[in-house]
Design a protein around this ligand. Structure first.
Ligand code: ADP
Ligand code: MG
Length: 383
């Protein structure tokens, strides 16, 4: 087991900066813990004390019950993967050799290390064809995946990740986050992940450790609880006014009843007869949405303009297996006010309006209240 425990940890840098104050924290083996908070609140300092890159001023840290100061730092770090922003790759080594670094340091033969490295590349969703490239020949997202692959290559029980996705664009970042959740479901490492982005923290974490000024731990709870019951004013302020909206991401969209959506294929657009403010969803041959069209757009097509110029870009899409936040976003980002639900192949399943999402939210809450009351009643009855 690789529980990580901080006991009375403080860190004051030589210049007098108090980076971490009296930190007590137990990180459970196999959990995904996110250190989150504004910049300068001691997240990186706390993380780097785990692999002894920084020594605490007081207190001690154990991994699996063993005080880390009893293990020599090099040996300790071979058992702890470490991922930093933009991958931290060695520029003059190929992708394959970057990934094979730690197994080689650990004493594996170069051949065995490279074979293992290829397998890890598969695992993080990288094409083996990239193995012979140099880091500069990869996109930011690919470099980041190589960074994760390198950290995983020696199969360490603990993985430290410091703002690993902060330098990539939002779309790739979302992909990397999804990938990380999938990997963790497979691997069940003890992961400590640092970010200043509360959305990223909520998406990834089983538990959030919210850090405040002076490196004082403000709250250590599952994300739902941090959103619903911020422990301090600082946390309430940090999770922000959007927390109701963020809370939707913990609710299933499966309860939504999907309405039928009127769709049209490209060839038939010119024949449409639409009322003012009526919208029709344009789909391709596989029933995948390509945009919305109204009477003005149809007139534009009839006048000979390209369909792409005549349709309004669609809103975001959601899947019924996803969450209410995505469903709500789909509804409010859609020009028609109808959020489009698609199946795994991207084909249209139906639609919802924002009001439908609000209604389901109210129903789910009422059901939860009811369950809570019944529990309270039953517990009262047996006492
Ligand atoms: P975070 O990762 O939350 O942004 P850090 O742990 O990097 O925060 O830093 C916490 C505080 O310690 C900040 O005020 C930072 O300026 C300071 N700090 C970090 N490293 C050093 C250092 N080597 N010497 C002096 N102060 C430092
Ligand atoms: Mg930091």
């Amino acid at each position: 087991m690789s529980d990580i425990e901080f006991r009375g940890i403080s860190k004051t840098y030589p210049d007098g900066t108090r980076a971490v104050t009296d930190l007590d924290l137990r990180i459970e083996s196999g959990s995904f813990t996110v250190f989150v908070g504004p910049s300068g609140c001691g997240k990186t300092t706390s993380m780097r004390m785990i692999n002894r890159m920084i020594a605490p001023t007081s207190g001690n840290i154990t991994i699996g019950g063993v005080d880390i100061t009893t293990t020599d730092p090099v040996t300790l770090r071979l058992g702890i993967g470490y991922v930093i922003q933009s991958g931290g790759l060695l520029p003059h080594r190929t992708v394959l050799d970057n990934v094979a670094t730690v197994p080689v340091l650990r004493g594996d033969s170069r051949k065995a290390a490279r074979a293992a490295a290829l397998e890890v590349l598969d695992r993080v969703g990288l094409d083996r064809a990239l193995a012979q490239r140099y880091p500069a020949q990869l996109s930011g997202g690919q470099q980041q995946r190589v960074g994760v692959a390198r950290a995983l290559a020696a199969d360490p029980p603990v993985l430290l990740m410091d703002e690993p996705f902060s330098a990539v664009d939002p779309v790739v970042r979302a992909e990397l986050q999804t990938e990380m959740r999938r990997l963790q479901a497979e691997l069940r490492k003890t992961i400590v992940f640092v970010t200043h982005d509360i959305d990223e923290a909520i998406t990834l974490g089983d538990r959030l450790a919210v850090f405040g000024r002076g490196g004082v731990l403000q709250q250590y709870d599952p994300p739902q609880r941090v959103l619903a019951q911020p422990a301090t004013d600082f946390v309430a302020d940090f999770v922000g006014r959007d927390r109701g909206y963020r809370g939707l991401s913990f609710r299933s969209a499966a309860d939504l009843t999907l309405h039928e959506i009127r769709t049209v294929v490209a060839d038939e657009v010119a024949n449409l007869r639409l009322e003012p403010r009526e919208w029709v969803l344009v789909v391709d041959a596989a029933d995948r949405p390509t945009g919305w069209i109204d009477a003005t757009g149809v007139a534009s097509v009839r006048a000979g303009r390209a369909l792409a110029e005549s349709t309004a870009a669609g809103g975001s899409l959601f899947t019924p297996s996803g969450d209410l936040r995505l469903a709500m976003d789909a509804a409010i980002s859609s020009p028609s006010g109808i959020g489009v639900a698609v199946d795994d192949s991207g084909a249209v399943r139906g639609g919802v309006r924002a009001g439908d999402v609000v209604r389901i939210l109210a129903e789910q809450r009422a059901a939860e209240d009811c369950a809570r009351n019944r529990l309270a009643y039953e517990q009262g009855g047996t006492r």
